[in-house]
Design a binder for this molecule. Sequence first.
Ligand SMILES: [Zn+2]
Length: 409
Amino acid sequence: MILLVNDLINWGNRSWRLDEITEYLQPELKNRILQIPIGRGVGRDKFIWPLTKNGAFTVKSAYHHLHLISNTYDANKSHSSHIINKATWKTIWKMPTLPKIRHFLWRAINCATPTFLNLSIKMKSNPKCPVCGGEDESIEHALLLCPWVKLVWFGSPLGMKINMQAITTFDCWLLHNYQSYKSKEDRDWALTMISFICWFIWKARCRFVYRATPCSPELVISLSSYAAFEFLSTKIHIPASMITFSESPTLPGTVVVCTDACWVDELKGGVGVVIFDHLGHHLGGLAVVLKAENAEIAEARAVLTGVDLALQRGYKSVRFRSDSQNVISELQTNRTCINWKTSIIMEEITWRCRFFDRIDWEWIPREANRAAHEAAKLGFRTVGLRCWSETPPPSLTMVLRNDGLPCPH
Ligand SMILES: [Zn+2]
């Protein structure tokens, strides 16, 4: 019976005898075996590294080999992978951020970041996310979809809710963000913020992988906000109040009250308030008709309406968000007489806020305040007041869904 390779060798003339197994061999394989020279059978067996001339292992040869495989893989992949939009490259090269971050984003889009999924393709290792273990670690998962990362995006000054269904690839997401800001000022601000958040998320993820340091959304939010503001303050003029605004995530037990006003003219307008818990679950809101002299008064009135609703509901710890920079910076600096037309409303807001245990004021870009904006539009169309707790009005449901919120039920 044949058990060992040795049994297939005719040691007399040092040739192969494959007759007994020939019916199991493909002709090609048989030929290849016959081509293997047979030694003298003296000396001890040893391990051979086939990629070097002398059979000894070197890191360099292994690296070259992996590089070769990866290139082969990329070449295969280019047939099936999507073409990256030219506008995306432009977005990256024009992004107001640090060169190293621009380079990192460029690599991310090129599938050149060592995520576990990318590594698994090249090295046949485990593709699962090292942080949550739930999904394969694609660049989309690592930067946008991992549960801890979602907290970063929502808690960041962008107040962004990542919609899993809407994300196809990282580059599409980036381009979508680029295109969704109407004014250059808002867009530059948001892109800088996005780039720094991505960078610090990736750094935290690597610290987790290599040094087992737990990923902290709070830390990433404060590091990225601080770095982004520092970067921006060297480029453009930012009001001092903006730099000192809250850089912490929304804590459990704290609710987020988003307010907005829709002002058409002195006789036509609306106010919207939408409330979320610290994870972005919708908790209700209101829409009410409003008459105000100008847009800024309308915005201040919207905040006051939000404060009242939070008080009625007995919330103790509240983060107020509005896209009105003037109103928010006045409230942050506690100077309520910058604009005399709104000063009385501002004083009223400050007075009523004594009844909370903890509050902070946060300015967010208009695009990040769509739910409240939609509610304000609804207020404009409503006769009187419309208040809801769980089930939002249909027009708002659409916005909440598009924002990727876990609610409404
Ligand atoms: Zn994960």
